[in-house]
Design a protein around this ligand. Structure first.
Ligand SMILES: O=C(O)CCC(=O)C(=O)O
Ligand SMILES: [Fe+2]
Length: 347
């Protein structure tokens, strides 16, 4: 581990002690549990997910899906129009959704939240290509993306081994104590919003199957770059809150549908499931649903427009993507105008 990265505190000793787990989350903004999940169950899920990626052409020909060896020519990420073509096939796996409801995580989240828990319907998988470090998830607070209530907790879990060079998650301990959303600017990395973080320590580890990193919605965190030659990083990030707390309405929809025309519905996700136990499980809950607050994303996009006009290469690439994805949308039109403005001779 490099000298700017430090090890996460392991909290397995507190697993049976709700008060202690809550105290650690309150102090540090994160709780890290080794082997919370059965490693075999995680590896079974890995096989299923990577077989779908293989069928979608993302893996090097003739390789074992369990090795996760990418066909680097297929590199793409969230925001690219081709990413959901494979991602949404992975998203349909029943086992992938079930992982967000494994009893071990419901138990720990129940202790931390200290009330009946709602696992967010919107589960997320991260399928991260190697040699694509320009798109590494930047420093951010989850609240800007997921909203609802501050007391929402993420569980990030590797689906397979995730040594530091594969680009797992790092957290900055105690940073949730600001108690507020900090400024975020445009970034090309996943989520497209980046907070400034100077002089904070970063904690991470060589993750193993079954490990789980839980953190608060205001805790600063980022991914490390996937520096491997050819390995995909596969991980889950799922969210949990008190069942009666407000949830933002976009968290009731499948991931990567809000800006994507023709995106999948829950009925598409459920089409091949073998039972309906987890289908629409949240519809009976009584807590309020609040509208999505687009101000964070709007500010990030405005920042990208301004940067692109000044010739910023990352911002230009972002706008080119927005244009390719949906040329007739407001953002598509604004992107086209900003890209042209940069090319104008009067610049
Ligand atoms: O896995 C990643 O690259 C991003 C994950 C993340 O930001 C999260 O789990 O909240
Ligand atoms: Fe995040």
């Amino acid at each position: 581990m490099s000298d700017t990265l430090h090890p996460l505190r392991v909290s397995n000793d507190a697993l049976d002690d709700g008060a202690e787990l809550r105290a650690r989350m309150a102090d540090d903004g994160y709780v890290f549990i080794r082997r919370l999940f059965d490693p075999d169950a995680v590896l079974d899920l890995r096989r299923e997910m990577l077989q779908v990626m293989q069928a979608g052409g993302w893996l090097a020909a003739g390789t074992d899906p369990m090795d996760g060896i990418a066909d680097v020519s297929r590199q793409c990420t969230e925001g690219d129009p081709e990413y959901p073509q494979v991602y949404h096939e992975v998203y349909k796996l029943q086992a992938f959704h079930e992982a967000g409801h494994w009893p071990q995580i419901l138990d720990v989240m129940g202790k931390i939240i200290d009330a009946p828990v709602l696992p967010h319907p919107q589960k997320i998988a991260r399928l991260w290509f190697p040699k694509f470090t320009r798109h590494t998830t930047p420093v951010h607070q989850d609240f800007v993306h997921f909203q609802g209530s501050f007391d929402t907790y993420t569980c990030w879990a590797p689906v397979g081994d995730c040594p530091v060079e594969l680009g797992g998650l790092a957290v900055a301990p105690g940073t949730h104590n600001v108690g507020a959303v900090v400024d975020h600017r445009f970034s090309l990395g996943a989520g497209q919003l980046q907070a400034d973080a100077q002089d904070v320590p970063w904690l991470t580890t060589d993750y193993e199957p079954g490990d789980a990193l839980l953190f608060h919605s205001l805790t600063l965190h980022k991914a490390l770059p996937n520096l491997t030659e050819d390995r995909l990083r596969v991980s889950l990030d799922n969210r949990y809150q008190a069942a009666d707390a407000p949830i933002a309405e976009h968290m009731l929809a499948p991931h990567l549908t809000q800006d994507a025309p023709g995106a999948i519905t829950w009925d598409d996700v459920y089409a091949d499931w073998t039972d309906d136990r987890l289908q629409y499980y949240w519809t009976e809950r009584g807590g309020p649903v609040v509208p999505r607050d687009t101000s964070y994303s709007d500010r990030g996009f405005a920042d990208a427009l301004a940067r692109a006009k000044r010739g910023d290469a990352d911002a230009r690439l972002h706008l080119e993507r927005a244009l390719r994805r949906d040329p007739d949308s407001d953002r598509g039109r604004q992107a086209a105008a900003a890209l042209q403005a940069d090319e104008a001779p009067s610049r």
